[in-house]
Design a binder for this molecule. Structure first.
Ligand SMILES: [Zn+2]
Length: 202
């Protein structure tokens, strides 16, 4: 069955896109609440748009990009306001748009197809903004060290015990984390930074 909030069955379209042997074509309803039906066949729209795009792809791309840039401030402000005023709605919108199609798979395909380009871009970005990137990297690894993130614990296990990342189960990470916590607490205690009674076993 088709989505009745979006389409209705109308006269067979000029390209003969018949809907499941009904002798009729799907036709677009148009905007909700609008009095006029759009009436166009979705398959024909697709064909027309593809032809239109093929005729002048570069020009259309440029125009879209220009529009995207032109309304940048406006868009950012809109998102910012929505995020602050309706955080739950905003999150829901994000979830919905990611659930549309297959977001993760699409991202994966994009990365696979553009691997070289992305690599080059990242390399260029890193060399252009070396200080900024290095600072961020340092901050990130310092954060990982302080909060004993899995990435940090994994690195320790690799460096000290020679384990490969893929051979480290999550239980081991949890154990190592506990050990590191205890080690830190005992060091702090020796330095006199930590009174004995506050060192709770974790
Ligand atoms: Zn059609």
């Amino acid at each position: 069955m088709f989505d009745e909030s979006k389409y209705y069955l109308g006269k067979l379209c000029k390209r003969g896109h018949e809907y499941e042997g009904t002798g009729k074509s799907l036709r677009r309803l148009g905007y909700k609440g609008g009095s006029r039906r759009d009436g166009r066949c979705p398959k024909c729209i697709h064909i027309q748009y593809a032809a239109y795009y093929a005729r002048d792809a570069e020009c259309i791309k440029d125009r879209n990009r220009a529009g995207y840039r032109k309304h940048r401030e406006k868009r950012l402000l809109y998102h910012k306001n929505l995020r602050i005023k309706h955080p739950e709605l905003y999150k829901e919108m994000g979830r919905k748009s990611r659930a549309k199609g297959n977001y993760l798979e699409a991202c994966h395909h994009y990365r696979e197809a553009n691997r070289e380009r992305i690599c080059n871009y990242n390399g260029e970005y890193r060399s252009k903004h070396r200080h900024k990137v290095n600072k961020k990297d340092r901050e990130r690894s310092e954060r990982a060290r302080q909060t004993l993130q899995a990435s940090y614990v994994r690195r320790i296990l690799h460096q000290l015990d020679g384990l490969e990342s893929k051979d480290i189960p999550s239980e081991l990470i949890e154990l190592k984390r506990t050990q590191l916590k205890a080690l830190r607490a005992s060091r702090a205690y020796k330095k006199g930074e930590l009174p004995c009674q506050t060192t709770k076993p974790q």
